[in-house]
Design a protein around this ligand. Structure first.
Ligand code: CP
Length: 330
């Protein structure tokens, strides 16, 4: 167990070793069990403050971070650009140095393409307290860690040889960022899984992230493949994670995005497709799900679905992250 994590940023899982990430999971399992038994936890971050800055809306991320701080005895403050001087152009240095002089960590969601993760890095350069990603344009590390926790909970710590599929799906409503599929292809190979990425033409991910995923797979001695066929991807899968993302590497123009997506309406998680995977295979999604487009209700609400466990585990991994990076010393 690696416990020298006090004050460490969490912007991408790539900045943490496998041992450090496993420590976060081990602490999350302990906090989850203690919480279920009513063991008090409100001494861990007593009187500490987390600032949560959201450039975009959220259900799970905001509420799991805020609730987590309450359970650990601290306080979380919800901020938006409009509710601060960020909306008037205050820069990352000024925001990071000032908030960092009041509280104990700053968490940010900023999915603006080409801006989000750079903004977090700039905050981290100046802030005296840890910076956490609550999702940006490149990565969604807390989501990926909750997903990994769910898989370890269901299948044990040794996931070597398991086939993990992240597949694009159709969804009409808005352009979803690349951060979830990118966070998964980077993280899962490091924990021994063979990863298959499936998407139609035009939905490729950032080349530098693909390179990291390939390198991670090579170093871990596992497979990383890219296919353009959802059925082929599902075959013999242990874990399937079908979700939509935008053709951001090609266009973000709404009309073009809609026209491109409309050509692939058959990219949906169906009961028939689930049968191509192994019998014990689980269906995963980070939520929110576009029901009837990304997946059929019978899959989302079916016995193979673990989506609510994934969502719940957001709370526990983030509590572990905060306890380890904010709570270690006084
Ligand atoms: N999965 C996830 O990040 O959900 P929210 O957008 O609701 O936070």
């Amino acid at each position: 167990m690696k416990t020298q994590l006090f004050q460490k940023d969490f912007i991408t899982t790539q900045d943490w070793t496998v041992d450090e990430l496993q420590t976060m999971l081990d602490v999350a399992f302990k906090l989850k069990a203690d919480f279920a038994m009513g063991v008090p936890q409100d001494h861990i971050l007593r009187a500490k403050t987390l600032y949560m800055l959201f450039f975009e809306e959220s259900t799970r991320t905001r509420n799991s971070f805020e609730t987590g701080m309450t359970q650990l005895g601290g306080h979380a403050i919800y901020l938006t650009p409009k509710a601060t001087q960020i909306g008037h152009g205050e820069n990352a240095k000024d925001t990071g140095m000032v908030l960092g002089s009041y509280g104990n960590a700053i968490a940010v969601r900023d999915c603006r393409t080409g801006i989000g993760q750079r903004y977090l890095r700039e905050l981290a350069r100046w802030s005296p307290v840890p910076i956490y990603s609550m999702q940006e344009d490149v990565d969604h590390p807390c989501q990926a860690m909750a997903d990994l926790m769910t898989l370890q909970e269901l299948f044990g710590r040794n996931l070597r040889g398991r086939k993990f599929v992240i597949s694009w799906t159709y969804a009409p409503k808005y352009v979803r960022p690349l951060s979830v599929p990118q966070s998964l292809i980077m993280l899962m190979p490091r924990f021994g899984m063979d990863v298959t990425l499936a998407h139609p033409e035009g939905y490729h991910l950032m080349p530098e992230i693909m390179e990291i995923a390939r390198r991670n797979a090579e170093e871990a001695g596992v497979k990383f493949e890219v296919v353009d066929d959802m059925d082929a991807a599902f075959e013999n899968a242990d874990f399937v994670y079908p979700k939509s993302w935008g053709p951001i590497m090609v266009t973000e123009d709404e009309a073009e995005v809609e026209a491109m997506a409309a050509r692939h309406k058959d990219w949906r998680a169906t009961a028939k497709r689930m049968k191509l995977a192994k019998k014990h295979a689980v269906y995963m999604h980070c939520m929110p799900i576009d029901r009837g487009h990304e997946a059929d209700d019978e899959v989302i609400d079916g016995p193979q679905s673990v989506i609510y466990q994934q969502a719940e585990n957001r709370l526990h991994v983030q509590k572990a992250l905060m306890a380890l990076t904010m709570g270690g010393r006084w």
